[in-house]
Design a binder for this molecule. Sequence first.
Ligand code: NBP
Length: 478
Amino acid sequence: MAAEATIGLTGLAVMGRNLARNIARHGHTIAVHNRTTARTTALVDEFGDEGDFVASESMEEFVASIERPRAIVIMVKAGEPTDAVIDELVPLLDEGDIVVDGGNAHFTDTLRREQALQERGLHFVGMGVSGGEEGALNGPSIMVGGSDEAYERLGPVLESIAAEVDGTPCCTHVGPDAAGHFVKMVHNGIEYADMQLIAESYDLLRNVAGLEPAEIAAVFRDWNDGDLESFLIEITAVVLEHTDAETGRPFVDVVQDAAEQKGTGRWTVQSALDLGVPVTGIAEATFARSLSGHTEQRSAARTVFATDPEGTPLDDRDAFVDDVRAALYASKVVAYAQGFDQVAAGSDEHDWDVDPGAMATIWRGGCIIRAQFLDRIKEAYADEPDLTTLLTAPYFADAVRDGESAWRRVVATAVGAGVPTPAFSSSLAYFDGLRREHLPAALIQALRDNFGAHTYARVDREGTFHTAWADDLSESEA
Ligand code: NBP
C-alpha cells in the first residue's frame, strides 16, 4: 500500500471517530483503524464523503498507509488497552515515528510510556483532548506533550482541528513528555470545582432563597451576561429550565442525587497531595461527589438527624441572590488560582516549563471550562509571568475584595441554614489562610516539638531549635 496518509488514528469509538472526521474535514488524508473492523467500515460508509479516509483492517496495512515519519494517534480506552495497542504498533514502526496517546491517561503512565518509546528511537506524545465528543468533532482544546520535533510534525494538523478563539487555536505544545496529560488532568480537576460551586449556588438559591428551578435558570442566564459568562453557567440554565416529559416535574428533581467521580478529579487531588499544593476547591468537589454516593450512610444520618436548623429568614431575597453570585465568583477565582498553582508545581517538579498564560489561552474554547474569565487569567500572566498567585493579580484581587463581604454572608447563612457549601466554605478558608499575618501552624510546630522533638524555627532568629519539654524547658539549637 502506498504511504499516502498525513496522519493515522486507531481506536474509532465515539472520540476517535469524531476526531478522525474533524481531521478529514480539514483536508488532511487520514488513515483509520480499529480493533473491530466494523467500526472502521461504519465510519467510512457513513462519513467517507467528508474527506480522504484510508481505511485498513490490519495494523500492518494501517501503518504502511502513513507517510514517514509517521504520526499515529491512539484513541482507545485508557490503561491496559492503550498499552496493548502500543505493544502491537511499536514493532511495525521506524525510528523517528510518533505515537500519540489522545486518551485520558494518568500522567505517570505517560512518563513511563515516553521513556520506553524514546529508548526505541520513537517519539511518544501524551495529548490531552478536552471537549467530549462534540469538541472532538467540531474543535477541541488540545494539550500536547512530548518533544519539540514531534510537535513540529503534529502541530499543523492539530492546530487546524482545534477550537479557535479570536483567531488563536486552542492547541499548544505544553511541554515535554507528560506535560500535556498533566495539565489535562488539572483542567478536569478545575472542572470538578467549577461544577461543585455551581451546584452549591443552585442549592442555596433553591433551599435558602426559595426559588424554583425555572426561576434559578433565569438567574443563571442573567449571570451568564456578566463576569461569570461560561459554558457551564450557560448549560446550567438549560438544565434547570428543562421539564421532565414523563412526570411534568423539573428535570433536576427526577435525576438521582448521587454523583460519580470517575478518576481525573481523584488523580488531581492525589497529585496535589504529592506536590503539597492545597487545591481545596477541587478536593472538596471530589469529596462532595463521594459523599453524595454514600446512600446508605446518608439514609442512616437522615433518620437520626432529620430536622433542618431554622436559620435566619432572609431580609432581602434579591440581595441574597446577588451575594451568591459574588460568592460564586470569588470562590471560582480561588479554585482556578489553586489549579494554576498545581500546574506550576507539577511543571517545577518535572522540569516542564509550562506557560500558565498559554493554558488559560487554550482553555478559552473547545473545553468544558471555557469561560470569559480565562481571558482575564491570560492577561494576568501576560502582565506578570512570574505571578505568585492569581489571587493577587490586580483584576482578581479587586474581584475578591469586592465580593468578600458577600462571600462571608453567604457562607454564614449556609451554615445557619444547614445547607452544605464545602467548596464555598473551603475557598473562603483558603483565602483567609493566605491573607492572615499569623497562622496557628506555630502551635502545631510547638506541639510536634513537644511530643516528637521535631524542632521548630523561631520568628526572631535564624536556626532550628528544640525545647526540653520533659526536663527543664531549656532551649537548645538543634
Ligand atoms: P472508549 O474509552 O470507550 O474505548 C473504546 C475503544 O477502545 C474502542 O475503539 C475499542 O475497540 C478500543 N479498545 C479496547 Br476497549 N480495548 C482494546 C484493545 N485491547 N486493543 C485495541 N483496542 C481496544 O472510547 P472513547 O469514549 O471514544 O474514548 C477514547 C479515549 O478518549 C479514552 O481514553 C477516553 O478516556 C478519552 N476521552 C474521552 C472523552 C469522552 O468524552 N468520551 C473525552 C476526552 C477523552 P473495539 O471497537 O474493538 O472494542
